[in-house]
Design a protein around this ligand. Structure first.
Ligand code: DGT
Ligand code: CA
Ligand code: CA
Length: 611
């Protein structure tokens, strides 16, 4: 099946990301939709150009409006992935609030594409057929049609597709109202920074699921301690001032509540933020309480009761006397526990481990991998396979990031990802890397590839090509709906290939979109251990795959892991934080993660597992 000359959309998109600035975000949505419309009309290359622009805009930390005001269309063209024609469209949008080119598409095909394509398996082309044959314009229409079995009879659809559509919609509904940590975190940091400047604030932290770095977030909980004063009136005036400042922050579209100790707002990206102001003496207990999780707190409160104490958000009390409250560590200490990292607070055995540690026994709390421990990323895509940046740009970004090495893992030739490299192109790319490496001191670009595991478990590129690499990744990028035995065998066969070192995004889940594929994870772990295959913790915001539970099982099985971003654009290297958080939530230590090693050690390790 050759579709040469066409340039299909990248298989993975960080869709509808919450870009930092509103205009960026609106443009991201429009450009993805234009790409979809172009894809429907089978236009060559152009869809990909729009998609590339969308990818950069959604992670861009600058406001396009500002860029434009400063330097006009020329400055817009400097944004990676933005060419002349797209720069002009951005200008048109900033000037008139619309893009004619887009409006014309919408007139021709008036569907809510974003909604329909958010269903797993629903691409733009299927959406067009459904619109033309059944008049399906949005999610509601789609669900209705699937329920009354109108879709199964259409050419190219069938009962299975109809079932998948319903499953996809059910999955979407399940995750409704939750936001990806990757979308939320940059905004939270910004709010903390803005509020943190107020002189009335003694201390400020994000609590709740954000502090625990959970992969999805319901709402954001921020906690503030007011500077102390002898006069109560002063404290109250300070709290009022903090609240008033908070509810007037830019980017807020609704104030639910503005009270003396709690305010609650909705941000333009759609999520809510609660701000609580507490007294300094209660700050630690409030932080402990509002960090949660609820399940963790139930146990800490029970321990307090067993000691004849009472634990609440106001403090730890013995009768009427407060015995701890200002510091969070002080609360744990008074309960007879060491401080517990927020990422562990899910009542998954962390309190038992803390108790063992306090009693000087083995198997205490793990020394978690640190946010600064990663020395390089082994999974990013260059412009050789359709990523936004050249290898050199990526290397420079990685160097600036403080890395010792960067692994380029371009896609290989599997037919559906058409930018994939064949043996010859991979060879050429390797040469470019060799050449670039002569330039660097104390930094190295590693030659990798992300190969595709075909239906029978074979790899889509020749072993001779893999042998020339520093390491090879294999991943499933197609046919996710296999039976459990078949899928497990498929993956295992790939892992047994001596040239495969890393299994990428091992369970295939996409947050808010699709579940893991069926697979016997224990079997995968046994084979990984026996054949020295490293499992990836993919840090891409919508993947975070392995998840926390799998990481913990991998660690317990003695299987090594690697934290990678899967960046398709240099700014996405910062997603690494999300992967590290996930590793921590899975109790991983630096020893469990191979890319905490220096270049020298990593190369030795790869050499060893390559045999
Ligand atoms: P989320 O917002 O759904 O992502 O998850 P959280 O954990 O941020 O939950 P949220 O915002 O409802 O509450 C923040 C924290 O406050 C929660 O982690 C623990 C604490 N908390 C809230 N309600 C209760 C409760 O009824 N009992 C206990 N023990 N703690 C609570
Ligand atoms: Ca929350
Ligand atoms: Ca909350």
């Amino acid at each position: 099946m050759s579709r040469r000359g066409r340039s299909p959309l990248l298989h993975l998109r960080f869709r509808c990301a919450k870009a930092r600035y509103m205009k960026n975000q609106e443009l991201v949505k429009i450009f993805y939709e234009i790409a979809d419309y172009l894809e429907m009309e089978e236009v060559a290359f152009k869809p990909y150009a729009y998609q590339k622009a969308a990818i950069t805009l959604e992670t861009l930390e600058e406001d396009v409006e500002k860029i434009y005001k400063k330097g006009g269309v020329k400055a817009l063209e400097e944004i990676p992935g933005v060419g002349k024609s797209i720069a002009e469209k951005i200008e048109e949008y900033l000037k008139t609030g619309r893009i004619k080119y887009y409006e014309e598409f919408k007139k021709k095909l008036p569907l809510n594409l974003g909604e329909i394509t958010s269903v797993e398996g629903m691409g733009p082309k299927k959406a067009m057929v459904l619109y033309q044959k059944l008049g399906i314009k949005n999610l509601k229409d789609l669900e209705k049609a699937a329920r009354v079995h109108k879709i199964a009879f259409l050419f190219g659809f069938g009962e299975k597709t109809e079932k998948n559509i319903l499953e996809g919609i059910a999955f979407l509904k399940k995750s409704k109202g939750r936001f990806l940590l990757g979308e939320i975190l940059p905004r939270v940091k910004e709010i903390l920074e803005r509020l943190g400047k107020l002189k009335e604030i003694e201390q400020i932290d994000a609590a709740g699921s954000v502090r625990r770095m959970k992969e999805t977030i319901g709402d954001v909980d921020i906690l503030v301690a007011v500077k102390e004063s002898k006069k109560p009136a002063f404290a109250k005036a300070s709290a009022d001032k903090i609240m008033d400042f908070f509810v007037q922050l830019s980017g807020i579209i609704k104030v639910w509540m503005n009270g003396p100790t709690k305010s609650s707002v909705r941000m333009e990206q759609g999520f809510d933020v609660d701000l609580r102001v507490v007294k300094k003496k209660s700050y630690g207990s409030a932080l402990q309480y509002f960090t949660g999780s609820k399940e963790h707190n139930i146990v800490t409160r029970r321990i307090a009761i067993e000691k004849g104490l009472k634990l609440s958000e106001y403090g730890l009390f013995k009768g009427k006397k407060m015995i701890a409250g200002w510091s969070e560590a002080g609360i744990y200490k008074a309960l007879g526990l060491p401080w517990i990292e927020p990422e562990l607070r899910e009542n998954q055995g962390e309190i038992e481990a803390a108790l063992r540690q306090a009693q000087g026994k083995l198997n205490g709390l793990p020394k978690l991998v640190g946010y600064k421990d990663i020395k390089g990323d082994l999974h990013c895509h260059s412009d050789w396979d359709g990523g936004v940046n050249s290898i050199e740009e990526l290397a420079r970004a990685a160097k600036d990031f403080g890395y010792e090495y960067l692994g380029i893992a371009d896609h290989t030739k599997f037919l559906r990802i058409e930018h994939g490299l064949d043996e010859r192109k991979l060879e050429l790319r390797n040469k470019e890397i060799d050449k670039l490496n002569q330039k660097y001191k104390n930094f190295k670009i590693l030659k990798g590839a992300e190969t595709n595991i075909l239906n029978d478990g074979s790899i889509d590129i020749k072993n001779e090509a893999l042998k020339k690499l520093d390491y090879a990744i294999a991943g499933i990028h197609s046919n996710f709906k296999m039976g459990k035995t078949e899928m497990t065998e498929r993956i295992i066969r790939a892992m047994k290939n001596p040239n495969i070192d890393i299994l990428s995004h091992p369970t295939g889940r996409i947050l808010k979109r699709r579940d893991e594929y069926l697979c016997d994870f224990d079997k995968i772990l046994r084979v990984a251990k026996e054949y020295n295959v490293v499992l990836e913790i993919n840090a891409f915001p919508e993947r975070l795959d392995l998840n926390d539970r799998h990481i913990r099982r991998a660690k317990e099985s003695g299987v090594k892991m690697v934290i990678n971003t899967d960046a398709h654009y240099k700014d996405q290297l910062r997603f690494i934080e999300l992967g590290i958080a996930q590793a921590r939530r899975g109790w991983a230590t630096a020893e469990d993660i191979i890319n905490t090693q220096s270049l020298e050690k990593l190369l030795k390790f790869l050499d060893k597992i390559c045999q």
